[in-house]
Design a protein around this ligand. Sequence first.
Ligand code: LLP
Length: 442
Amino acid sequence: PIGAHRDDAGRLVIGGVDAETLAATYGTPLYVVDESDARARARRLLAAFESAAASVGTGVTVYYAGKAFLSSEIVRWVTGEGLAVDVCSGGELAVALAAGADPARIGFHGNNKSPAEIERAVGAGVGAIILDSEIEIERVAEAAALAGRVQRVRLRVNSGVHASTHEFLATAHEDQKFGVSLERAVELGTRIRSHASLEFLGLHCHIGSQIFDSAGFAESAERLLAAHAELARVAPLPELNLGGGFGIAYTSADEPTPIEQIAQGIADAVASACRDHGVPVPKLAFEPGRSIIGPAGVTLYTVGTVKPVPIEGGWRHYVSVDGGMSDNARTALYGADYTVRLAGRVSDELPALVRIAGKHCESGDIVVDADYLPHDVAPGDLLAVAATGAYCWSLANNYNHVPRPPVVAVRDGRARVIVHGETVDDLLARDAGLTATRTAPN
Ligand code: LLP
């Protein structure tokens, strides 16, 4: 995080609290989130998009994508900085509402929303439901009619732009589960308009995640604009939502384009396409998650064992820590890269090639595939893995009955738990064979 540095003794300090103190107080593994850093990123991103939108004569709404990491505290931070909230399940919706987010500034996503989720979203008065399929148009129209409401909706389309990222993270090509084909946008948009219980806000497209330049977004916007313009010529179509996906640096090899440049590139592409099609520039919307919360998070681990293994041309040190793929599934899932550092001390020893492994029962349980730590890294050392704020806690699991760690927020030298960790007793409490007899529903 921006607020992380080393003190005179070489110990890592995050948000004014030193890592050793955090580890001693809360134990490891521990997720640490730097509140000032997350807020600063939210502010910077909003300012970048507001100024880019204003330069082409329009406005913008920036939704924080809660899937990256959601808790009531995070909702308060991002809404406090002027962002709206994007949720994609009944659970995420419940957190946003419980945290006091304005329902009118919540967008509700999902490719297979349950009837109960749709009913809840409509009933809560969410500002937009993003229709992900043809089937869902009728479902939401009916639910809104039943509730006696007019529900604002967007239609998620695939622009056909294949973002250059991991296959599981690219989402706007045809052969995947999300959205409808761009070719059907006008037909389905017209169908949406035929329902009195729906108000059509505009098209939505999310091309993928961890994307480093504006070219894919611009290309996607240009493609969407043809359908947008056709629909806008029939009746006003106020918005265009281009999703999230702005990349962050996980290692020093990652060089994301500054968000101001990306925002301007997108705004210019939209404005120029609108000129070509002779339609007004719509209000823009974005849904960043990772770029706000990712770099603000650090995970602390304690080293348990170190095993040097001969490899071609030298040695690889397997450094096993007290967490693993249960608190960070990204390396195992996507081959993600991370950066690891000693957090409790500095060392003059020469660097050794390390692989940070977890404690789970499979060899793919890797947190950091390749990085360097001082040669004397040893059991008991405290390690910090950077940029774990997004999609780590939210993808956390209980593989091998390992409890999920707590999340601690740091700010101005103070730390507080914002999500409690689990204990083994918590896990045992859910084992029906160990708790009071439960009768099956009849
Ligand atoms: N909007 C939509 C419709 C999305 O599907 C996503 C991410 C976002 C916004 C936010 O994207 P972001 O700005 O955070 O890149 N678990 C994967 C990432 C999955 C992204 C899913 N959708 C990972 O850990 O890399």
